[in-house]
Design a protein. Structure first.
Ligand code: F6R
Length: 357
């Protein structure tokens, strides 16, 4: 039930810190070690390449999952949109492990890939919010998101839960492989949960930004580099699906290869600047769009912020910034949809789980 909340989406955005704390609790044993099925650990260790298969928001979480697994556990990862993979399978490695990411566990496009890869005899792990779901039952292993029911069509808490579980999985695999890490995932996720709470307490700020930038616009661009680009893709999906504003996410460096032609006087451009190694270059991209008349908004991270940034997120571990930088995207999208009188929880033409191919 939504209780005092006007919409499930807002409730689910607010639940994110609790979901992260629940994940910390569920994935930790009494000796503070990571608690994970030994078979999952063995499958992660045995594979030579991971193929992440997902759709929509879960695909965006997969893009970040690749970062965690490659950076921490040193295993190459490919991320594929399920509906593309099933009709155009790439060359596979010798010992692949398939990881299906799906909030509902019922997405038909992903299931179709699972059927194909099972026929080939490859092991599969499903990361889902619904343990009894089709993808969970049909895969060899399951990791549970513990996010509680997600009712709003636009996925929010499942996305951050997916990233948290993938980060824990990556650390566990690294440890199993004997890789030394100076990264305590549970402690860092605890900081993430507190930071999420601080952001969710500043809703008026995001409501104001939505009003200032998105009240009447027909389109909006999200730009970022590296992981900020992936969060921008998710921001653009959130905004378009609930507010019907045409929204696109782009890699900052790609703008000049075509997209910048679309920038007009007043076009809103939301830029994420939370990564030190690209801070200078993304700010350069913002200057380029501003010079063409864009109405730009920079969301940055403490320590990398500059005067004039629209919002500065408190610092969290660099690997985990997407878990917090997506909250402004979710809240700005929510308020934009609200101000434009859209049906936030049940956007037109969409279903919560897509059970047809
Ligand atoms: C976007 C959204 C969809 C789903 C996609 C996959 O807010 O909810 O893009 O992420 O349909 O669904 P699952 O994760 O259930 O496989």
């Amino acid at each position: 039930e939504k209780g005092t909340y006007p919409h499930f989406m807002l409730k689910e955005i607010d639940e994110q810190p609790f979901v992260i704390r629940k994940i910390i609790q569920e994935y930790q044993d009494e000796n503070d070690n990571i608690k994970l099925d030994a078979d999952v650990r063995a499958a992660m260790k045995a594979c030579d390449r991971i193929y992440i298969i997902a759709a929509g928001t879960s695909y965006h979480a997969g893009l970040l999952g690749k970062q965690f697994i490659e950076k921490l556990a040193n295993i190459p990862v490919e991320v594929h949109v399920a509906s593309e993979f099933s009709y155009n399978m790439p060359l596979l490695s010798e010992n692949p492990l398939f990881v299906f990411i799906s909030q509902s566990g019922e997405t038909a496009d992903s299931r179709s890939v699972l059927v194909q890869t099972k026929e080939l005899g490859h092991p599969a792990l499903t990361v889902t919010n619904v343990p009894g779901s089709t993808l969970s039952r049909e895969a060899d292993y399951t990791l549970h998101l513990h996010a509680g029911p997600e009712i709003a069509v636009a996925s929010t808490k499942a996305y951050t839960a997916q990233m948290a579980v993938l980060a824990i999985l990556a650390v566990d695999t690294a440890r199993a492989k004997g890789i030394e890490l100076d990264f305590d995932p549970m402690q860092e996720l605890g900081i993430v949960a507190n930071t999420m709470e601080a952001l969710a307490d500043q809703k008026e700020k995001f409501e104001d930004l939505a009003r200032e930038y998105l009240q009447t616009t027909r389109n909006c661009f999200f730009i970022g580099r590296g992981t900020d680009y992936y969060v921008g893709l998710e921001g653009s999906l959130k905004l378009k699906e609930i507010s019907y504003i045409q929204a696109e996410g782009f890699a900052g460096g790609e703008l000049k290869h075509g997209t910048i032609a679309l920038i007009e006087e007043g076009t809103p451009v939301i830029a994420l600047a939370t990564q030190e190694n690209v801070n200078y270059s993304i700010r350069g991209n913002v200057q380029e769009v501003e010079a063409r008349g864009a109405n730009s908004m920079i969301i940055s991270m403490k320590g990398l912020d500059k005067e004039g940034d629209a919002f500065v997120i408190p610092q969290v571990h660099e690997l985990l910034t997407p878990l917090v930088s997506v909250l402004p995207m979710q809240l700005i999208s929510y308020y934009a949809a609200l101000h434009r009188d859209c049906d936030v929880d049940k956007p037109r033409n969409l279903a919560k789980s897509v059970t047809v191919e």
